[in-house]
Design a protein around this ligand. Structure first.
Ligand code: FRU
Length: 486
């Protein structure tokens, strides 16, 4: 694997022409996606600033132009009218001030009477590589240009380490207060959330205190990308606890999950009603961001990075890495978050394939109605039906099991090859979205979702179902333009 020097990783992009050739080269990769947002070049990680404004969905991603490396981060902008087809708009936030000299890190966005504000972490480092995180604000005007405020809204808080980042802006309409919550780490190296407040979106911010989450005082050493959402009348704390192992998650140490509960802004306490659940049971999902669904402010749309920190992927060698998940509709049912594919995705269906042939077209959707209690399905198997990803349901243990050990290109095996999830009421239905290097499995109308990157070899393009099920397969049209816009 390529070794990057600090100079190479933190090089400033001066002219788009510097990466045009790289874009042309990676476009030829068999693993380029056709209906998922992916980096124009280099590395994509977290989705940022996801919202709907003036008839358009705006979305940004953490972007390092040079290759599959976490170096100097920009915000790259994409837009959609329907959450299904996306186009590249170009670089939005550049790390070009003293406050963000080593990266414009993750954050969120808010529409106000004054326009659209972007909140992000300015990752400042001095010449000795000591880090100071700043919470910064910028305005996105109607023709897509970003105007940064001259000074940050605030700097780091005493009593916490250098790990303070990922501002999530929340406007509490009923009291007309603005809050920012920040992911952090205290001096005892425990993950925490810090809460700031103001009467205005762009000034007057002060530190209100640390968020109390009873029972979660010792739950990972850093909480990244926290947010508090209101879904179906419930408060939901979504965050990424790091460096902790959890049941059924193999050796994975970084997670993205949620707790349903109630938020008391006066007492700064989030009281859980139930435990921490993973948002996604697959192998690759992190840093999810939620936007309010249009005209249904109580419902959310969730999108995540289909990737993980501290991991590597076969396209690293091609100098690109990462993509986003499909956006999902978010609701609460039985004290769980339910994620379902957006209705709009049906528009991508482009002719049905004959399931009897057992072939997976490059980009497709599979819908499966289970006709037995058990299920035994392999995706990406070879023409003899061997290998691939095995999806099974065992009525005795009442668990769905996703096992990727049969794939020929193994990735991040130190995090385990098997993921499971209990399904008390059996397995009835699956909707599976397959792109050129990913698979997203939606179970029982949103009970669980498994999102994973997969890099099939040429012969791994078949599927086999060894139990009785009714299966449909649709070809899917491309929906994400791979244009060179920087
Ligand atoms: C999560 C994260 C954030 C940070 C960003 C930097 O993946 O580490 O905490 O803001 O990525 O790209």
């Amino acid at each position: 694997m390529k070794e990057w020097t600090r100079e190479e990783r933190y090089r400033i992009l001066k002219d788009p022409e510097e990466i045009r050739e790289l874009h042309e080269r990676i476009k030829e990769s068999p693993y380029r996606q056709t209906f998922h947002v992916q980096p124009v070049t280099g590395l994509l990680n977290d989705p940022n600033g996801f919202l709907h404004y003036n008839g358009v969905w705006h979305l940004f991603y953490q972007w390092c132009p040079w290759g599959a490396v976490h170096g100097l981060k920009y915000w790259y902008h994409v837009e959609s009218k329907d959450l299904v087809t996306w186009k590249n708009i170009g670089t939005a936030i550049r790390p070009d001030t003293e406050y963000d000299n080593k990266g414009a890190y993750s954050g969120s966005a808010l529409v106000t009477n004054d326009g659209l504000y972007l909140y992000y972490t300015g990752n400042h480092r001095d010449e000795n590589w000591n880090r100071t995180p700043f919470t910064c604000i910028a305005k996105l005007d109607d023709n897509g240009t970003v105007d940064k405020a001259k000074y940050p809204l605030f700097g780091p808080q005493n009593g916490y380490t250098e790990h303070q980042r990922d501002p999530k802006i929340i406007f509490r309409r009923n009291v007309r207060k603005y809050n920012i919550i920040i992911g952090g780490q205290n001096e005892q190296h425990k993950g925490r959330c810090l809460v700031y407040e103001s009467d205005r979106p762009d000034s007057g911010w002060y530190f209100k205190g640390e968020l109390k989450v009873p029972g979660y005082e010792d739950f990972g050493d850093m909480w990244e990308c926290p947010s508090i959402e209101q879904i179906d009348g419930k408060d939901v704390l979504i965050f990424c606890p790091q460096h902790i192992t959890l049941p059924d998650r193999g050796e994975a140490k970084n997670h993205n999950g949620y707790i349903i509960g109630s938020m008391d802004w006066g007492m700064l306490t989030f009281t859980p009603d139930g435990s921490f659940h993973e948002l996604d049971f697959g192998f690759d999902s992190y840093a999810a961001e939620c936007a309010a669904r249009l005209h249904q402010w109580d419902e959310g749309v969730l999108i995540a990075w289909m990737g993980l920190p501290d991991s590597s992927y076969p396209t690293d060698e091609e100098d690109w890495s990462g993509c986003l998940t499909l956006p999902r509709r978010l609701r609460v049912r039985n004290r769980r978050l339910i994620q379902t594919p957006l209705e709009e995705l049906v528009a991508l269906r482009d002719g049905e394939a004959d399931p009897a042939e057992g072939i997976l077209p490059g980009a497709c959707e599979m819908e499966l109605f289970n006709e037995e209690e058990r299920l035994d399905l392999s995706l990406f198997s070879d023409s003899a039906g061997d290998g691939g990803i095995r999806i099974s349901y065992d009525p005795t243990s009442k668990k769905i099991i996703v096992d990727r050990s049969g794939l020929s290109r193994k990735i991040n095996t130190d995090m385990g090859n098997v993921r499971t999830r209990p399904l008390e009421h059996g397995l009835n239905h699956l909707r599976i979205f397959i792109d050129h290097s990913s698979v997203e499995i939606f179970v029982n109308d949103g009970d669980a979702v498994f999102s994973s990157r997969v890099f099939p070899a040429e012969e791994e393009h078949c599927f086999t179902c060894r139990t009785n099920a009714r299966i449909h397969i649709w070809n899917l049209k491309p929906a994400v333009k791979d244009d060179f816009v920087v």
